[in-house]
Design a protein around this ligand. Sequence first.
Ligand code: GLA
Length: 390
Amino acid sequence: MDVNQRKQLLEQEFYRRFGCSPVLWVQAPGRVDLMGSHTDYNQGYVLTMAIDRTTWLAARPRDDRQVVIYSLNLEGGGPFSLDRITPDTQSPWTNYIRGVAAVFAAAGYPLRGFDGLIHSTIPFGSGLSSSAAVEVAAAQVFTLLNGGLDIPPVQMARLCQQAENEFVGVNSGILDQYSSLMGREGHALLLDCRHLTHQTIPLPEGVQVVICDTRAKRELTGSEYGERRAQCEAGAAQLGVSALRDLPVETFYRREAELPDILARRCRFIVEENQRVLDLADAFTRGDLAAIDRLTAASFIGARHLYQIVSPEMEAMMQAMRTGPGVIGARQAGAGFGGCMVAFVHRDATADFAAHVQSVYHRATGVMPGVYPAQAAAGAGRLVLEAENV
Ligand code: GLA
């Protein structure tokens, strides 16, 4: 579906549901992490990229205090009042919008009701931040409907993260919301999760990022994510630092014997992964493809043995990606436990690589994977479409 067809679809459906046309369009991209699994909540680094798969939200302000929200991808939705924002168990996806409204209100920002319709091209529940994109899109709408509330993007990322942590109840880091807001076309972001700053890093010439979806669902609210986070925090506390970010690799190696085995393994992964983020950013800058191979392979081995976030489907996918034509390197992405993974591929070989991954993974698991070559995209904002009548 091209941009115009997508717009037409949303416009028609908006009219069908609300009897009028939208006057405001916003978009928010998904993201893929190129290096840095679980480093964000350890105040470390991530090499991340906003992708050309997006959530669109078409809206029209209302004169009352209701938000009426539907999605073209998901069932349910309906109205909620800005004066009494409660979680929705019938259509849990609306909690991403309710949560943003709740944190904006708590922070003292004025809110205006709206009719809204969502359409997303980000696969759901597969680790590409489809939920953060909904939060960020909602934040854009609330901001723009109030004559452009002046919320700096870092603050907006924090508010959206807060919505996810406090309202939805997932104790995730800042990575997803930050990436969706700050993405830059053609570039990765070297994100510093302590200082909430980033450097843009151009993607190496001729290298295609290919997202490979195991189609094995993961559920972040499950206990594993919270457990890993608690283990990292316990390890940092035992080593007397405020976050694992504060431990250079060599310092950690000297002291890891002070930790119980399981904490040592978790912390070792984070400390090494943090360094790999910096090394991969450096490899991108130098166009060092051998380093991409080495670093992504080490990241996956650590994810498997130390952090233990690798599922059997991910093993099968790794096998399929590593043997693909034109592959430069491959690793896990997102939280792990299934979901999407990421490969770096010589651009000319992308189609052959995709066909190989599909057939090898399908043969091994009986499941047809999703293979999405991804471009680095700009962060969230108002969508200015041709012939837009705003
Ligand atoms: C999920 C979380 C992020 C981050 C990643 C793992 O995507 O939402 O905050 O922790 O997992 O790197």
